[in-house]
Design a protein around this ligand. Structure first.
Ligand code: SF4
Ligand code: SF4
Length: 72
């Protein structure tokens, strides 16, 4: 497990697979689809590996920090 891993969701079709498989209950839904809560995520990668739409992508720490800065 690597809690420092970060994931983003783009193009979610709402199949619910990731949420049902996440061992940390770190995924909920909003208007844009699945949403990963970083503070709960344990970095196992199960969501990304099982998304049939390939909507979940792992991003680097640098990319994650950029997204955080944009969100402010
Ligand atoms: S598995 Fe992929 S398509 Fe299905 S809800 Fe999760 S992100 Fe969306
Ligand atoms: S990486 Fe693992 S813990 Fe994190 S959201 Fe995906 S399934 Fe849940």
């Amino acid at each position: 497990m690597n809690p420092q891993r970060h994931f983003v969701v783009r193009g979610c079709t709402g199949c619910d697979t990731c949420r049902s498989l996440c061992p940390a209950e770190a995924i909920t839904y909003d208007l844009e689809g699945a949403h990963i809560h970083q503070e709960k995520c344990i970095g196992c990668g199960t969501c990304m590996e099982n998304c049939a739409s390939e909507a979940i992508r792992e991003i680097s720490e640098e990319e994650y920090q950029k997204l955080l800065a944009q969100a402010k």
